[in-house]
Design a protein. Structure first.
Length: 322
């Protein structure tokens, strides 16, 4: 495909960890194909009389741990001049994130492909959306009520509780019926019953790793990235020190992907990460899923290349239909 204009909205590129950053992997794949990169942070975006505009800097990237980017001087651009925009701003998923999706939705109305679709970024809470697939998940409760949490704990004996807007394993608690501080934990996690919280039956296979399965346009990568808790930490998050391994997908993994993938594809989610523990789906990550660099290094597969195959195919289909 001829060169396309690729925008990216992300956290400051100077502050990323280049060896681990999936957004950088995407940008390297795009640049390798001859595509032109346009860099934005949230502060660069605005709406003026209904038009999505931005202060952009042309971007060049390198697979170099010491010098991984070059930025040109700032110029103003109508986002409608771009072919595709990667929305790769990390959580928290707060009101500022939502406002950013409104701006990107105006660009989408102008014909720009937004990855992932702004409306779906708003609709798909990464924890709550698992409730659309209860047949894939461990027993799950979403509530503000401490009484309901206590009942769920009594029924399940051991549970995991976590905030709906958390990331990277932060504020995740494992709670057993014998826990002496159960009231404090539930009061803290719900903000004294002012915040919804997810509780799931504890899946002991977490000892073998929390598997990240990357989906590109609904189809899974050939390998899952297993993130294995280390020491006395039970969280399968790389940022929390979990060890990365790759594994071939099991029949159950593929079945879960068959349940979730078509729904995500229909909703315009080109890039997603499913979290699977044992035989159970626990999260559906659509904001800025990670794991590309580890899969490139450990398994020799490249979801970033698959993503741009899909992006280019989508743009070709749009051109053919125009």
């Amino acid at each position: 495909m001829s060169s396309i204009h690729v925008g990216v909205v992300m956290d400051p590129i100077a502050e990323i960890s280049p060896a681990k950053d999936s957004t950088l992997a995407m940008l390297l794949a795009a640049q390798k194909r001859g595509h032109e990169l346009h860099y934005f942070e949230q502060i660069d975006l605005r709406l003026l009389n209904g038009k999505a505009l931005g202060n952009e800097r042309k971007l060049k990237v390198s697979d170099d741990q010491d010098c991984w980017f070059e930025l040109s001087p700032v110029t103003s651009i109508n986002l409608a001049e771009l072919d595709v925009v990667l929305m790769r701003k990390d959580p928290p998923f707060d009101t500022e994130y939502i406002y950013t999706t409104y701006i990107l939705e105006q660009a989408e109305e102008s014909g720009v492909l937004i990855v992932n679709r702004p409306a779906s970024l708003r609709d798909i809470n990464e924890k709550a959306f698992t409730s659309w697939f209860p047949h894939c998940c461990p027993d799950t409760l979403i509530t503000r009520s401490i009484r309901e949490l206590k009942t769920f704990l009594k029924d399940q004996a051991k549970i995991v509780v976590k905030p709906l807007d958390g990331m990277g394993g932060r504020s995740v608690f494992i709670v057993e019926k014998s826990e002496a501080n159960v009231n404090v934990i539930f009061e803290t996690i719900t903000g004294d019953e002012t915040r919804y919280t997810m509780a799931q039956r504890y899946v002991p296979e977490i000892r073998d790793g929390d598997k990240r399965i990357i989906l590109v346009n609904g189809d899974p990568a050939d390998f899952a990235l297993a993130r294995i808790p280390q020491g006395d930490d039970s969280r399968g998050n790389l940022v929390m020190g979990a060890k990365a391994q790759t594994r071939e997908l099991t029949d159950r993994d593929r079945w879960i992907c068959q349940q979730v993938g078509p729904v995500l594809k229909e909703k315009g989610v080109l890039f997603a990460g499913l979290d699977v523990i044992g035989d159970y789906l626990t999260e559906i990550n659509v904001t800025s899923p990670t794991g590309i660099r580890e899969l490139q290094k450990l398994a020799g597969c490249d979801p970033a290349e698959s993503l741009f195959d899909s992006i280019e195919e989508t743009l070709r289909e749009r051109q053919a239909a125009a």
